[in-house]
Ligand binder design. Sequence first.
Ligand code: SDX
Length: 429
Amino acid sequence: MSSNSTLSVDNKAVELAVKEGTIGPSVIDISKLYGQTGMFTYDPGFTSTAACESKITYIDGDKGILLYRGYPIDQLAEHGDFLETCYLLLYGELPTAAQKADFDYRVTRHTMVHDQMNRFFTGFRRDAHPMAIMVGCVGALSAFYHDSTDISDPHQRMIASMRMIAKMPTLAAMAYKYSIGQPFVHPQNDLDYTSNFLRMCFAVPAEEYKVNPVLARALDRIFILHADHEQNASTSTVRLAGSSGANPFACIAAGIACLWGPAHGGANEAALKMLEEIGTPDRIPEYIAKAKDKNDPFRLMGFGHRVYKNYDPRARIMQKTTHEVLNELGIKDDPLLDVAVELEQIALKDEYFVEKKLYPNIDFYSGITLKAMGFPTSMFTVLFALARTVGWIAQWSEMIEDPSQRIGRPRQLYTGAPLRPYIQETLRA
Ligand code: SDX
């Protein structure tokens, strides 16, 4: 449904259509504003800008609500598995038993990577950050799969999508194995998606590896929590890259690069490093003061969010999963968890955080859980990228299939030098 709004520019009334969504804020369609007024809108960081129409994920930041295709995240995390969430995000509906079995089968049979990918790894230093390796290797997939880079062909788009969902765990495990000098472990088709990933990360040729079902279930739930999140920075990167017609592998590599930033997906790694730096609860006040100090660039990593001005619903589920994993592993008193729980309690009572509506986000507890599972800090954002791949792909597909889709090309407010003539070098001051 739509109505109209009127904008007055230089005493001239400009009619702008208002479009309503299913739920959430309506939008003012400004696509014709420049033609009608000769002016652009200005919104650095896109705090008030809807860049697209989407049916995939809905967030209510004030109420702390997250829906994937209308289903609440806590119900999906509680009752389903990650590949069910992948199917839902890609196709818009929960799968029947037959559809789920077929989807699992198709994903499982794309988990191997071309054997020549191994040579990419030997080109990296052993101490290369695994996110650097992932950006390189995922982008390189387009060099191997020319048969699924024609984005105008729905069948090729589907094959490329399945390949990326299936191969991300394999590449992520390879990046981890390479960093610790252990041989790569091939996928095993009789294991479920997340158990397969755990085995590829932690199995060694010298002995049998038995997947811990509690840890596999916990990690699968963590993947569900990270699967999609509306038009966040990395998803917007994937959409913008895709709008030029770039192949899907290159677009996902661009998303991985953007996710790596500490203000975004890199916050899980930064949050754990922060907890380690704080070390003990008695040092928390010192760091709270640093976070509040305008002259100190330090921020409480894992806190705050552009959209959530309430508790991130994923953080609550993450916190519960953290306790499950620590209990399963018999870790009774994790000093990092003690610091995290105390830090959260202090911050949530501090007027600075209350006034600015800064709550723990998904990255605050994830690091403690992943570290307890045996992942090094450098792998945390890789796991985030693994899980977010399906969200990037679903959003990319939605954009490609949108008949109104065109290349994204924002404008600017220019405040540089006006037109001026060239000055010969000898005449310059
Ligand atoms: C993710 O967008 C998504 O959906 C992302 C994500 C996803 O699933 O894709 O949810 C994943 O990226 C989660 C966020 C992970 N990042 C961090 O935990 C890093 C720490 N958080 C901040 O850097 C910050 O909160 C952001 C980047 C998350 C949000 O930044 P905004 O919306 O641009 O907010 P802001 O930086 O303008 O902060 C508003 C105010 C500022 O103070 P004032 O200038 O108004 O006085 O709050 C302060 C900030 O200084 N502030 C913090 C803070 N976060 C914001 N102060 C201390 N510690 C913090 N963590």
